[in-house]
Design a binder for this molecule. Structure first.
Ligand code: KG4
Ligand code: ZN
Length: 369
């Protein structure tokens, strides 16, 4: 019996290559990664040209684009990695949720067909867990437990990541995510998205903010009508975005003026990040003491590309003597590599799915496990 379970465990550890598929939102991405932490390919088909003219992500356009592009993105990832899928790929991983239902369905159906025909294990991955585990792909020394700050277009979460599949939510937003707030203010300022894989609307706003004077406008922190919900460590970003809108209207600010744009972007970014750091500070005080004594902080998700946030977090980590881990910028925004890696991590814990699972568009990360 013992020998049998040892063989089972060894099987889990001996895995070689994982292919990961990501279609939860607006980009079609596929990556191939080895369990010895080598990224063999990282392919992506961007959709910003479809969504930018509409002022935001249109789910039906995103879904149709995933259906068109996914087969060739998978082919490109396999060719780039120079692997024989049948012989070399050991598991197929796919984002199961959270995300846009029809978009998730495109990836999940493709992954199930591929895995079933090739007789490979399939792993349904939680998108935010994949963001939280990405720094472990880059750094073998990053062990559990750690504090995780996840900042993306759909979520703003502070987690205690205890191990794979086990995350406690310490703080979440009660309304918009920080990424949504960045995107909406970019639209209010009528700014073009940065092209390519560099981050879209949020990246544009960061660029303007880096040239502006944050002290020109003063946005109180935090801004929410219902202050009682914010007594604890929770966050709120929708009031801040509305404050920018009201200021523009009331002061009749010319948002075509480059200086106004830069200063508003800087003041907004400063207030949003101060709010985030304030709440993170509370969570650090809670978790980095006593028996738990967590000494590591991870920051990931699309907004973690932001240089101003990285700077502020570096200072905070120094203040509390924490080791800080970020993925490189291209692995902060959505990609297939992070899904492949999360698949490997889950597989190594024996967490394998069957070929009948469905996508889960709304999927709280603390319901894993
Ligand atoms: O993780 P992600 O690629 O997709 C989701 O899971 O939502 O995050 C996308 C978000 C978008 O809101 C985008 O504008 C934002 O990340 N973002 C940034 C930056 N680069 C991307 N926000 C602020 N500063 C950036 N440099
Ligand atoms: Zn994401």
């Amino acid at each position: 019996m013992i020998a049998h379970s040892l063989v089972d465990r060894l099987q889990f550890f001996l895995i070689g290559h994982a292919l990961g598929i990501e279609t939860s939102c607006d980009d079609t991405a596929v990556g191939i990664v080895t369990s010895s932490r080598v990224i063999l390919s990282d392919c992506i088909h961007l959709q910003s040209h479809l969504h930018e003219p509409k002022g935001g992500i249109v789910p039906t356009l995103a879904m149709v684009s995933h259906r068109k592009s996914l087969p060739t993105v998978i082919r490109d990832a396999v060719e780039k990695a120079r692997v024989d899928v049948l012989r070399d790929v050991d598991i197929i991983a796919v984002t199961r949720g959270p995300g846009l239902g029809p978009c998730l369905g495109v990836g999940v159906d493709a992954a199930k067909s591929l895995a079933c025909v090739l007789r490979k294990p399939i792993i349904g991955v939680h998108h935010m867990e994949a963001h939280a585990l990405t720094p472990r792909l880059l750094n073998p020394l990053l062990s559990f437990p750690y504090l995780t700050l996840l900042i993306s277009g759909g979520h703003t979460l502070i987690l205690l990541t205890r191990r794979v599949n086990t995350h406690t939510i310490l703080s979440t937003t009660i309304d918009d995510s920080i990424g949504e707030a960045f995107d909406k203010v970019t639209r209010l300022l009528n700014l073009p998205w940065l092209p390519g894989r560099s981050g879209g609307p949020g990246a544009t706003l960061e660029r303007y903010a880096s040239l502006g004077d944050a002290s020109k406008y003063n946005f109180p922190i935090p801004m929410t009508k219902d202050k009682s919900q914010l007594q604890n460590s929770n966050m709120s970003f929708s009031g801040l975005k509305t404050a920018v809108k009201y200021l523009i209207e009331e002061e009749k600010l010319d948002v075509e003026d480059e200086e106004v744009r830069r200063d508003l972007a800087a003041a907004f970014q400063y207030a949003a990040v101060e709010h985030l750091i304030g709440k993170l500070r509370l969570c650090i005080k809670e978790c980095c003491k006593g028996e738990l004594d967590v000494r590591k902080l991870v920051c990931s998700g699309g907004v973690a590309r932001n240089g101003f946030i990285r700077e502020r977090l570096n200072k905070l980590a120094m203040e509390y003597d924490l080791e800080l881990f970020f993925p490189p910028p291209e692995l902060c925004t959505d990609n297939g590599v992070m899904i492949a890696w999360a698949g490997i991590e889950r597989y190594q814990c024996g967490l394998i799915d069957d070929y009948f699972f469905e996508q889960i568009p709304k999927w709280p990360i603390d319901s894993l496990g």
